[in-house]
Design a protein around this ligand. Structure first.
Ligand SMILES: [Zn+2]
Length: 349
């Protein structure tokens, strides 16, 4: 009986799982059967005799403490589906990157059980540490606060069409600059390849017309082909990451430009803006003294933030000065708390 109460109240497993545990340990039921009935387990968990209370008011020697019994009753009444596994939302999973070392941030639980985001470059098994022998100095971010800071900043940018337009304009300028940087690598190679290909055409014509001696033609052709192979090899070894980055930047620029055209057009119905983004946020968001962390659950904050980041096609970059949302819109997000302050936080969970 103590075992059943312990499994239920301390390990938080459900009645069905208790039946399985008892069967796995070959503990027979009170009637000698190898498998316990769920109703038998439930009968034990709800029977006050085990805490020393008797239905007729008499007391029996307690098998479990009253507090354990009370806890089992509370669990039963508050959680009929019995302890679903802990499901936390990590909106920045695979989305938060470190501008100090280039690593991604990992989701982790701290010693106090609070969720945090940590740069992988802080760990000795990270590629960054293996390459440099140093740990990244990025701070550990308290996940609940970070999610709320981001959601708040994105909300401010989306709450008014003019804020949205401004964030789009910043983003479009940044994307154009980045695109020309990325294309700068590719453009000279492309130009070189075009030049070699027209040179090969001229050599071909010279051969047809019999202008040059065959040995000179051979030499010119071999030299041109060597240059062509060399350029093609340079094209092939261009970092595939940079090619992906080029495509992502082109697609973001197209999306941002399209959104800006719509946002700047007075004929665009307001519903376009509302349906697109603002509908994800409740109307009372704009009220004064609003506290995301107190008024909404971390799960709601996480899910809403994830949806917004997805719609904005955004990555989030960490830097010593705070976070930067980079997607269709670009937003700086100062962090309200850093690691040192977070550890002193007295906000109850
Ligand atoms: Zn880092």
């Amino acid at each position: 009986v103590r075992r059943i109460f312990g499994l239920y109240t301390e390990r938080g497993i459900g009645m069905g799982s208790i039946v399985n545990e008892l069967a796995a340990d070959a503990i027979p039921s009170p009637t000698g059967k190898p498998i316990w009935g769920v109703n038998v387990v439930r009968g034990i968990l709800t029977n006050e005799v085990y805490s020393g209370q008797h239905a007729l008011g008499m007391t029996a020697p307690p098998i479990i403490s009253q507090s354990t019994f009370d806890r089992a009753q509370t669990l039963r009444s508050t959680n009929r589906t019995v302890h679903p596994p802990r499901v936390d939302t990590w909106p920045l999973q695979n989305r938060l990157r470190c501008s100090i070392c280039g690593s991604r941030f990992k989701c982790a639980y701290g010693r106090n059980g609070r969720r945090s985001y940590r740069c992988f470059g802080r760990e000795t098994n990270s590629p960054y540490f293996q390459r440099t022998g140093q740990r990244c100095t990025a701070k550990i971010l308290e996940a609940g606060e970070t999610d709320a800071d981001l959601l708040n900043a994105i909300y401010i940018a989306l709450s008014q069409p003019e804020n949205f337009r401004a964030a789009l304009e910043v983003s479009i300028n940044a994307l154009k600059a980045k695109l020309s940087d990325l294309e700068r690598d590719v453009a000279p190679i492309r130009r070189g390849l075009e030049a070699v290909s027209s040179e090969l055409g001229r050599i071909e014509m010279a051969w047809v017309r019999g202008i040059l001696a065959p040995d000179k033609l051979d030499l010119a052709e071999r030299s041109a082909k060597e240059r062509q192979e060399h350029l093609q090899a340079r094209m092939d070894i261009l970092d595939p990451g940079r090619v992906d980055e080029l495509e992502r930047t082109q697609s973001l620029l197209a999306a941002a430009t399209e959104n800006l055209d719509l946002a700047a057009n007075p004929d665009t119905p307001h519903s376009w803006f509302v349906d697109g983004f603002a509908s994800l946020l409740p109307p009372e968001w704009s009220k004064e003294g609003h506290d995301i962390l107190l008024d909404y659950t971390p799960k709601w904050v996480g899910e809403t933030l994830r949806e917004l980041l997805t719609r904005l096609q955004a990555e989030v970059w960490y830097g010593p000065d705070g976070l930067h949302v980079k997607g269709i819109i670009t937003l700086p997000v100062p962090l309200t708390k850093d690691e040192a302050q977070a550890s002193l936080s007295t906000r109850p969970t």
